[in-house]
Write a protein that binds this ligand. Structure first.
Ligand code: FAD
Length: 504
């Protein structure tokens, strides 16, 4: 039955399940609601998911987590952006840094001034005007450099996703969330409405609930197997359907960035943590055999392998509706976009935040459900387009995979964005979109797309003034970055997990 909320049940104890449990226990509490999380150690979690985007700090701040403790507990490092190697063409490198470029030059976004400058013969290295990219290239990091008037660096984290889930579990259990170990083998639904009423575990125990979160991973135990939401398959635009993941020993101080290297049939990630380096090859098995991809990954590590490669299978896309009746899917149960821009954990966070805003205290009003599904679809589609752009806008045509990407049609929403950028140097983004004009500028220019024109407002400033403003911005960035400690020094000073292990 559709009734007022009292008993909330979360199925799944991966990152999504424990993020939901932690947020619910903090925001609505366990005084008025009972929150139970059921998970099965026998099934286990995906447990990869190591890179994030800056918005995760909002989530951690809502919980009131101490950042240094969080970094220590999860073996985390700081991330200032992503370095893309061989994506535009072989031998080429660019960054998608967090944060803005060069501050405010007035009237219109930096990219328009930049394109004007570039056309007049300026240095093509746009990253000179990003403090985050400059710091990342020099392996430096600080949270605040203490200079009045300067913006903080924008940063996210690389962390061990299993440790993050364990950390959130301790947080949630301390606030009254009840964890149940067991495998859900049957879902009971109301005979007429189809609303979920309870779950049965393999040992015969029963769990009753008024509202259910499906955080059961790719299979979507409740949202798909029970409620038949349906899946929108996006693999014609994002054909990657496998990932081989494999940690290796750390061989150098961790760089404050994720590295993504384009490969013959996909791309390889390199994510430095405090104690090891995470690696993975995301590929399409129609363009490379699984074993060959795993062998290549093993040969392309920069430290000794710490484990055998683990193969994960997926289909890119999203559940047609993430909230059906009294069940809401989060994480892999709600859909999957490859981790190229580290957005999956963010989509979990976004789903939790929308749910809390619409909180169905008195039952699942279809207006709330529709609103949630509409907003979630927009989030997924806009992230999807941004990820596709990395493949579509590239000069690479050296393998069948890259020729497929070159020849595929872009979704209409993306085609319209690319056309506007190509002709006017502009990207029109809606308020809800995660990736803003500055992100599109970094990636589209990085991928080799130089627009034919820029906005006329950028032509108002004299050549001399533009030169002075840009060189002033560059000088300020260089001075700032020179004064920063190295990333490793910063970690040692504030949040070393290794030191706390040594000390124990
Ligand atoms: C290759 C790869 C790389 C990724 N990299 C990133 C990244 O860099 N950044 C990022 O943000 N995201 C990344 N992700 C996504 C990220 O891993 C997931 O979004 C995140 O871990 C959430 O997973 P989950 O909790 O939804 O599912 P899972 O981790 O699969 O957890 C599912 C849970 O459900 C439980 N369960 C399932 N069936 C039952 C049952 N019948 N009874 C009881 N319990 C059950 C399991 O025991 C488990 O606890 C990546 C994903 C993949 C596949």
């Amino acid at each position: 039955m559709n009734r007022a909320l009292r008993d909330i049940v979360i199925v799944g104890g991966g990152t999504a399940g424990w993020m939901a449990a932690a947020a619910l226990s903090k925001v609505v509490g366990t005084q008025n609601y009972s929150i139970t999380l059921v998970e099965s150690e026998q099934i286990g979690t995906v447990g990869v998911g190591e890179a994030t985007i800056p918005a995760i700090s909002l989530f951690n701040n809502v919980l009131g987590l101490d950042e240094d403790e969080f970094v220590r507990e999860t073996n985390a490092t700081f991330k200032l952006g992503i370095e893309f190697i061989d994506w535009a063409r072989l031998g080429h490198t660019y960054h998608h840094p967090f944060g803005l470029f060069a501050g405010d030059l007035g009237g219109i976004g930096f990219s328009h001034y930049w394109f004007r400058w570039l056309k007049a013969g300026g240095d093509p290295d746009n990253l000179m005007f990003s403090a985050e990219a400059e710091a990342a290239r020099r392996g430096r990091f600080t949270r605040a450099d203490g200079r009045p008037g300067l913006p903080k660096l924008h940063y996210a984290f690389h962390f061990d996703a299993s440790l993050y889930a364990a950390y959130l579990r301790r947080f949630a259990e301390a606030r009254g969330v009840v964890r149940v170990e067991g495998k859900v083998v049957r879902v009971r639904q109301h005979a007429e409405t189809g609303f979920i009423e309870g779950l049965e575990l393999d040992d015969g125990r029963r769990l009753h609930g008024d509202f259910f979160f499906d955080c059961s991973g790719f299979r979507g135990l409740l949202i798909e197997e029970t409620l038949k939401s349906g899946y929108e398959d996006w693999s014609r635009w994002l054909p990657m359907n496998r990932a081989a993941a494999m940690p290796c020993a750390r061989v150098e101080d961790p760089a404050p960035l994720t590295r993504s290297t384009a490969r013959e049939a996909g791309w390889q990630w390199r994510i430095p943590l405090q104690h090891r380096t995470g690696n993975g090859y995301v590929f399409c098995n129609e363009f490379i055999a699984e074993q060959e991809a795993m062998d290549l990954l093993s040969r392309r590590l920069d430290g000794a392998a710490l484990d055998e490669p683990r193969l994960l299978k997926f289909v890119t896309g999203r559940r047609k509706t993430c909230w059906v009746k009294n069940c809401l899917a989060l994480g892999l149960a709600s859909g999957f976009l490859e981790p190229l821009e580290s957005t999956s954990i963010h989509l979990v966070q976004s789903g939790i935040s929308k749910f809390l805003t619409l909180f169905p205290k008195n039952g699942c009003d279809p207006k709330l459900v529709d609103r949630f599904n509409w907003e979630m679809e927009r989030d997924y589609v806009s992230v999807r387009d941004f990820v596709i752009a990395h493949y579509k806008v590239s000069e690479r045509d050296d393998t069948p995979f890259w020729r497929y990407c070159r020849d595929m049609d872009a979704p209409d929403t993306l085609a319209a964005k690319l056309e506007l950028f190509r002709t006017r140097g502009e990207v029109l983004v809606d308020n809800h979109e995660l990736f803003r004009e500055v992100n599109w500028f970094a990636v589209l220019y990085g991928q080799g797309l130089v627009p034919q024109d820029h906005h006329p407002v950028a032509d108002v400033m004299s050549d001399e003034e533009l030169r002075i403003r840009l060189s002033g911005a560059r000088k300020a960035i260089l001075e700032r970055v020179a004064a920063m400690p190295t990333h490793q020094e910063f970690i040692d000073r504030h949040c070393s997990a290794l030191r706390s292990v040594d000390a124990a």
